[in-house]
Design a protein around this ligand. Sequence first.
Ligand SMILES: NC(=O)c1ccc[n+]([C@@H]2O[C@H](COP(=O)([O-])OP(=O)(O)OC[C@H]3O[C@@H](n4cnc5c(N)ncnc54)[C@H](OP(=O)(O)O)[C@@H]3O)[C@@H](O)[C@H]2O)c1
Length: 340
Amino acid sequence: MATPRRVCVTGGGGFIASWLVKLLLSRGYSVHATFRDPDDPKNAHLNNLEGAAENLHMFKADVLHYDTLEAAISGCEGVFHLATPVPKDKIDNPEASILVMLAPAVKGTLNVLQVCSSAKVQKVVVVSSTSAVHFNPKWPQDKPKDERCWSDKKLCMEIGDWYSAAKTTAEETAWEYAEKNGLNVVTVCPCLVFGPLLQPTVSTSSNVLIYIIRGGPNALKNIMWHIVDVRDVADALILVYEKSESSGRYICGGDNISTKAMVDLLKKNYPNNNYVNCNIDIDIQVAPISSEKLISLGWKPRKLEETLLDSLDCYEKAGILQDVGHPSRLPYIFRVAHQE
Ligand SMILES: NC(=O)c1ccc[n+]([C@@H]2O[C@H](COP(=O)([O-])OP(=O)(O)OC[C@H]3O[C@@H](n4cnc5c(N)ncnc54)[C@H](OP(=O)(O)O)[C@@H]3O)[C@@H](O)[C@H]2O)c1
């Protein structure tokens, strides 16, 4: 039997990473997954994946500590770098934001890339975000945003959007490092990711949809959401990894829907939830983002309806939509969607 191809996935127990590990195992890869705490019960679901017993190897590593990454990355032909904090709550001040968000995102990415260079890794897929694309006031309003569009990180910091500042800086750092050191890097920028959860905890982005389904203290603006399915993100990451011709950035943008249309679609199929209030119509003309580059590479995302209904079905089966005695909260990084 041929030796399986060996790759490393950082932040292996996360929402997107769990699906990526599952897909890699199903395609016969041997996977080194990193965790800050491999024994935390929140990561146990990975042991039940098909192929895990033979081909999943767990490593304790913190992206902030170079030395901890060496064992996980050593011997791997490829690395998928996903480990980044995606905070649910407000971080109080710029100093704390630098410590909690910027340092793990930027220094973490640099550490991973440096270890990749010394371990002679052939290709690194870095997961960025459309947060590193969207916030560009110079981009023409009516022109779809593509891979040439970069968020203005200073603007992100000025408006207190530390997540977008961190993702933009981390991706810029990855490109600077790759160009200077001749490392084969590809970046993928997903928009808001929904879809069924494999892990027992609820990810920050999934909390947005749960807020929409359960309702909460604040109404939401009828804005346009760019949504992609977690299974399609995992698929995109493997696609750019496996295609020798892939290069540069790839927007992984899925489909668009307004808050109202999303509530209507879900209500029609699952009428027994509260759903968020969304009464005031505002101008929802938002310049779309284009995933043409990824689609040209062969990416085929599923229909948004399937993503939304599969997500709700998963939350219902996991008991996440039951009354837990306190109202749902919209993660702080999505606060712009709140109606004042
Ligand atoms: N979900 C989205 O809508 C979305 C959209 C665009 C881009 N992304 C990007 O996709 C990636 C994964 O996001 P996700 O939604 O799957 O989030 P997630 O479920 O919160 O996963 C993030 C992972 O990062 C790990 N991590 C955080 N800080 C770390 C550190 N210092 N050292 C090692 N690991 C650390 C976490 O591990 P612990 O368990 O140890 O905390 C967790 O496994 C992130 O880079 C995120 O920015 C997500």
